[in-house]
Design a protein around this ligand. Sequence first.
Ligand code: NAG
Ligand code: NAG
Ligand code: NAG
Ligand code: NAG
Ligand code: NAG
Length: 565
Amino acid sequence: MIWTTTALALLVVVGETDQSSMMPLSDIPRWCGKPYQKGLPNLPPHGVLQPPAVSSDPMLFVQVTSRHSIYDSSEPTGELIVQASISYTHGESFKDAASAPLESLGFDIRVEDTDLLLLSASIDINARPQVFEFPFSALTPRLKPFHVILHGGPVGASGHEKYITTTDLYYLPSKNSGSTVKIDNLNGGMLVANHITNYAFEAFFSFGFYTSCSGYLNYSLANVLAYRDLGFNAVNPVCAFTDGDLEYLYDCLDEANLWYQYDMRGSYLNLSTVAEQIPLIKDRSAFLSWYTADEPDGWQHPLNATLAAYTLLKEQDPYHPTGLVLNCDNYYFEQYSAGADYLMEDAYPIGINPIYSRPWDTTCNETYGDCGCDNCVGGLQDVSDRLDSYFVYQDWLGEWQKPLWAILQAFSGEGYWDRDPTMKESWAMMLLSLNHGAKAIMSWLFPTTDPLSAAHAAFAKVATSAPVSSFLMSTQPTRIAPEGGSLLDVAYWGVEKQVMVGLVNLDYYDSHRTVSVELPMTINRVALQLWGSRSWSLSRGPNDSTIMSTQGLEGFATSIFILDM
Ligand SMILES: *[C@@H]1O[C@H](CO)[C@@H](O)[C@H](O)[C@H]1NC(C)=O
Ligand SMILES: *[C@@H]1O[C@H](CO)[C@@H](O)[C@H](O)[C@H]1NC(C)=O
Ligand SMILES: *[C@@H]1O[C@H](CO)[C@@H](O)[C@H](O)[C@H]1NC(C)=O
Ligand SMILES: *[C@@H]1O[C@H](CO)[C@@H](O)[C@H](O)[C@H]1NC(C)=O
Ligand SMILES: *[C@@H]1O[C@H](CO)[C@@H](O)[C@H](O)[C@H]1NC(C)=O
């Protein structure tokens, strides 16, 4: 997350050639693909993901994915998610689009090598993703995934067009030791199982910090417990077995049941080193996930490196997901993101100068310079914009969305960041992240200042316990565009007869006016105010909507509340 100026100067750029420039590209130090040292030539941008080409004819885009990233033999049934939509950018063309619009798709899903039928059903085209359950009774659990294949065709159509799509389905022998962790591909959350849960899967919303080892965790159970007791349920110790014997530290984390990302930032490029570390970690009880690359796009690591480590990890430990953090706005997103089950972003916008690089005394713009936050404006919305961009890029690639996690700024310095975020800015960045779909929060870096530690602890206690965590894990947020271009960021999560609302005032200044938000459903009452102290009044809006209003709002105010429908 943080680099030092000496480390930056040693940056190695791999696998690039460009005949047009005098200096070989590989010799030009760059961050996010941009030259950042004074006097270097301004280069045309590269590695920028573009929107897919738009076809003039509509296509049918059929997707299938496993509801959970893995299943194990303790589970009698599994689920597959199927979606079919009309698209102008992805899918297969279909005939007679104008005369006979496709309304539904009938399909079979089979295990490819045995032709075993898992399910047979139909879905409406352009509907939300639909979940189909099937029994595991005819499958034998194994470590390798089953390749499953969907064959579909329009229901009732006379033509015989076939749509084919595939996915991997993991059905693993259950372990009953260590931990097993999976991702819910419908709602983006994680589920964990270990001895504390009696090996049953429980939804888990990770909230914590990257944490210094020698300076804090420091081989001491007392510090691990103190951190956990602040309200954090997850940690990324910034140390690995390649740094020395960490047996005691990881034993402490297991004993505290503090779930950890195991950080191989310093070694993931060397697959033999990764292979040596896997057996030391994979069967530990509080082991959450593998963390491979720390800003591979910033460092311009080889484009195939994240996928290479990912493939090895999946082979040797299919029981845990792999994550990595991207630092750049749009730099070889497809290649680097290929090596992860979930993606983290670490836009740190507070106290930067977005147009002038102080450490390097250069301009920062789309093609040049490093200002500490790639293509940022230096505002809170850099965090939510980055999350939005990563959702959009995954859409462009036609991929099933990988969950996004936010790494938030809880530090300053390094030449780029003039000051720490305030507590209010911290809370605003946290809630903005949730409103924009982040499914975990891990900040850089603990120990931090007392105010930032307190800010994180207070929010973590609310976000990681019911009812907030249940809403976050059970559905995706829907954003509401507030009236009149106001600086409010509002989203809601609807589950059964309740709606949780998250509201962030992006304005630095207090407002004394009435603030109103229209929710597209009929609300009967405010059930619980969980965060922030506004009192909201409700009135009926047009078309069965509800208008929530409050008198005035403080700058950077944050509010989470639950409404009964
Ligand atoms: C970005 O800054 C560089 C270096 O000052 C300059 O050469 C280049 O023209 C600028 N690019 C844009 C798009 O303004
Ligand atoms: C733990 O921290 C103390 C005080 O900062 C230091 O003296 C000690 O060497 C550290 N121990 C380890 C194992 O890092
Ligand atoms: C990769 O790691 C192995 C095992 O730790 C080591 O022997 C080897 O020298 C490393 N390779 C490089 C290129 O650093
Ligand atoms: C990655 O690509 C480089 C250069 O194209 C190649 O030499 C290397 O073998 C590749 N590594 C892996 C793990 O595939
Ligand atoms: C109510 O819904 C109808 C149909 O969707 C729409 O045309 C109309 O503009 C809506 N009215 C308001 C005030 O939003």
